[in-house]
Write a protein that binds this ligand. Structure first.
Ligand code: GRG
Length: 329
């Protein structure tokens, strides 16, 4: 394990994925390292700041089902997905006025909003160039993916309005988070020559893992012990962002639900209000109901994996899904 960036339960698979991630890193660097240096240094600020490279890993794992795992096209597809992901991070940080990202100062904070938006745009330009070296199906796929990403962000920005808030939340996280992980699964399989059915299964698996990833992150934001997670609980609440456990608690017919309905009418300014809200949330069944949704998506991953060949990648996908869920205990 110590020689590998990731442990996927099989030494040879670990080696192939580690080599694939290294190839993605090289391509990402080379492709963003062009043009004027005053553009490339901004575009590389976040793309080289680390990050889990979760989406390229998903693409590489999905490529295990075809005849050409980790091929040049697979590496290109994984790099395109990571570039689009990083582009959304630049733009998201502008919208959220975030100070930090990937352990470094955000681009909007280090430079300004215009620079951060343009750095994201530079990555989209590089992603488009790489896509053009693949095929028109990939370009068409990305057009749909982009549209979903933008729809998700717009849906969140506009708010639920008259819509059911839980359905609204689910649509937003599917469009904002799950779609790119689904895309990584689909394109990795497609560019390795896997069957259409397998590529569709990997898209579903990626999407379900993406849903688990986001719901778990939102549960951690509220219920984590800051000592353990290194995060300050209630950040979303402070910003007036009501995630799944909160939405469930808000509809609860109980004292906790009633208290929360009185308290959560917008962003929470005072620390004491955040503390009180967290206390009411702990007394509600919000966490339990959100965890039931996590389990529902884990079941989708299991069902899809059981129809895939019994190869190390299938076991790796199952453990990746349960590992993503286990963060919340
Ligand atoms: C198409 C450029 C473009 C924009 C579309 C801004 C926007 C509109 C969409 C925002 C999408 C977004 C930021 C979703 C959140 C995704 C998410 C879970 C980010 C964190 O991912 P990790 O934890 O991050 O994988 P690392 O840094 O590890 O890669």
């Amino acid at each position: 394990m110590s020689n590998h960036a990731v442990d996927l339960g099989d030494d040879q698979l670990n080696d192939r994925i580690a080599a694939g991630v290294a190839a993605v890193e090289r391509l990402l660097h080379d492709e963003t390292n062009r043009g004027a240096s005053f553009v490339s240094d901004k575009a590389q600020h976040l793309s080289e700041a680390g990050g889990k490279r979760f989406r390229p890993i998903m693409a590489l794992l999905a490529s295990e089902y075809g005849q050409t795992p980790g091929s040049e096209s697979v590496v290109k597809a994984g790099t395109v997905v990571e570039m689009v992901h990083v582009a959304t991070l630049y733009h998201d940080d502008v919208m959220d006025e975030a100070d930090r990202r990937r352990g470094v100062e955000s681009a909007n904070s280090r430079w300004n909003n215009s620079v951060a938006i343009l750095a994201g745009d530079a990555l989209l330009a590089h992603a488009s160039r790489l896509m053009s070296q693949l095929d028109t199906h990939t370009v068409e796929h990305f057009a749909e993916t982009f549209e979903e990403l933008v729809t998700g962000q717009m849906r969140e920005t506009i708010g639920a309005g008259e819509a059911n808030p839980i359905e609204h939340y689910m649509a937003v996280i599917k469009e904002k988070t799950a779609v790119l992980i689904a895309s990584a699964g689909y394109l990795g399989a497609y560019h390795s020559g896997a069957t259409k059915e397998q590529a569709t299964a990997l898209r579903t698996i990626g999407g379900a893992i993406g849903m688990v990833f986001q719901i778990v992150d939102d549960i951690i934001d509220i219920f984590s012990d800051s000592q353990e997670s290194g995060k300050t609980p209630g950040t979303d609440l402070r910003e007036g962002v009501f995630t799944l456990p909160v939405l469930y608690a808000l509809e609860e017919d109980s004292e906790a639900g009633e208290g929360l309905r009185g308290l959560l009418t917008g962003p929470l300014g005072a620390d004491a209000d955040v503390e009180r809200a967290l206390e009411l949330l702990r007394a509600s069944n919000g966490r339990e109901r959100a965890l039931a949704d996590v389990q529902r998506y884990l079941d989708i991953v299991s069902a899809e994996c059981s129809a895939l060949p019994d190869i190390p990648a299938t076991h790796a996908l199952l453990s990746l899904a349960s590992y993503t869920a286990a963060r919340v205990g």
